[in-house]
Design a binder for this molecule. Structure first.
Ligand SMILES: *Cc1c(COP(=O)(O)O)cnc(C)c1O
Length: 379
């Protein structure tokens, strides 16, 4: 991304893969709280994490997440630091270290590959399926997967942010703990949370700014976990301290609270959020599929992500031109991940349908313009 803009970008048209667009409604509330949190009088940046106010923030946020997901009481809700990357390590440190039975990992894209590499430092892991040979363009069908009964746990990534692949079902067996990285689709739809032993999601794709990671962990998962970890890396320290083991990212946690209030009160819950996200994704993919091959969707149709639509044009040069013209028209964040190139339109909760309509209009115009140029021989 260039920092030399002729005109300012339009925040409504931010298709960034992460940190992602946040709803305008919440941005206004954040703006106000930087000066003074309503009813408190202090800036959110200068309130003690030991205050009653912050204890109430953590408690309301926890309740909101429980309500949104229908989360049973035997789960702890934690707000941690270190991003999803710290969870890549903390999970095998806690559940795999010293074990002889492997944990099972799905290698479905860039982020699950990162998780897998960290697991290897702690204990035995087994890749039960990898999409690497096929360039991560599809996810496995049930007939390609066999899960063993004695695995330490199963780990997978529900939405591969880089490749634009999303599981539209729950994987694995009910008698092996499911551990899932939901960083890029958390709270974008209902997720049957009670079928997972541990869910983690950093905030910066869908539900807030960078700096906080939500972890939902079933109490039973930690019963026989090792006890010799540094306090900061032990889930139990954070459970006992109600996510205030040390100074937490107060601002980031407050923003996630505002997002959950928005989901509950303005959107009307996760089923409604899922409808809105589905409408955006359908519009986007319809545009790709009716472009006579001008835009080529990257992922197999059945595994397409509702959060990240990835596609290519005929050549890297065409893609460069597309990105430059899109940016000149006010769109941003459309360049694909540095590992894959191409184009990626991220359609997180905060992005409105009207932004996707505008992008679809731009893409249609760009296609017609290029096709004309080619027909007249001007290109
Ligand atoms: C972005 C992303 C990550 C990386 O998270 P950090 O917070 O930067 O550590 C991990 N997993 C998924 C699915 C992601 O989309």
């Amino acid at each position: 991304m260039t920092h030399r803009h002729m005109t300012p970008l339009d925040n409504r048209l931010n298709f960034s893969g992460g940190p992602g667009a946040l709803p305008g409604h919440v941005l206004s509330q954040i703006q106000e709280s930087i000066l003074a949190v309503p009813g408190v009088g202090l800036s959110v940046l200068g309130i003690s994490h030991r205050s009653d106010w912050f204890a109430a923030v953590v408690s309301e946020l926890e309740d909101n997440i429980r309500t949104l997901l229908g989360l049973p009481d035997d789960y702890h809700v934690l707000f941690l630091q270190g991003g999803a990357t710290q969870q890549f390590s903390m999970i095998p440190m806690t559940l795999l270290h010293g074990k002889t039975t492997p944990a099972e990992y799905l290698h479905s894209g860039y982020w699950s590959g990162k998780a897998l590499a960290e697991a290897g430092r702690e204990g035995p892991s087994r890749v039960i399926w990898s999409g690497e040979d096929g360039g991560f363009r599809r996810l496995p069908g049930n007939d390609e997967l066999s899960f063993s009964q004695d695995a330490a746990y199963l780990h997978y990534v529900s939405n591969e942010t880089v490749e634009g692949l999303q599981f539209h079902r729950v994987l694995g067996r009910d008698d092996v703990p499911r551990v899932c990285d939901m960083s890029s689709d958390f709270l974008s739809q209902p997720c049957k949370a009670d079928r997972f032993s541990l869910i983690y999601a950093h905030a910066q794709k869908n539900i807030g700014p960078a700096g906080v990671t939500v972890v939902l962990v079933r109490d039973a998962l930690l019963k026989n976990a090792r006890t010799d970890l540094p306090g900061f890396l032990d889930y139990r320290s954070h459970i006992e301290a109600h996510s205030v083991f040390n100074t937490p990212p107060v601002f980031a946690i407050y923003v996630v609270l505002l997002i959950t209030r928005w989901l509950l009160n303005e959107i009307g819950g996760l089923a409604r959020m899922a409808d809105l996200n589905r409408d955006k994704a359908e519009l986007m993919y319809r545009m790709l599929d009716t472009s006579d091959g001008f835009y080529r969707g990257r992922a197999d149709a059945g595994d397409r992500s509702r959060m990240n639509a990835t596609f290519n044009l005929a050549s890297p040069d065409m893609e460069k031109r597309f990105l430059a013209e899109a940016e000149a028209a006010g769109f941003s964040g459309l360049a694909g991940h540095r590992s894959t190139g191409g184009i990626r339109a991220s359609l997180y909760n905060g992005l409105e349908l009207s932004a996707v309509e505008e992008l679809a209009g731009f893409m249609e115009d760009f296609r017609i313009q290029c096709t004309k140029r080619r027909v007249s021989g001007a290109a």
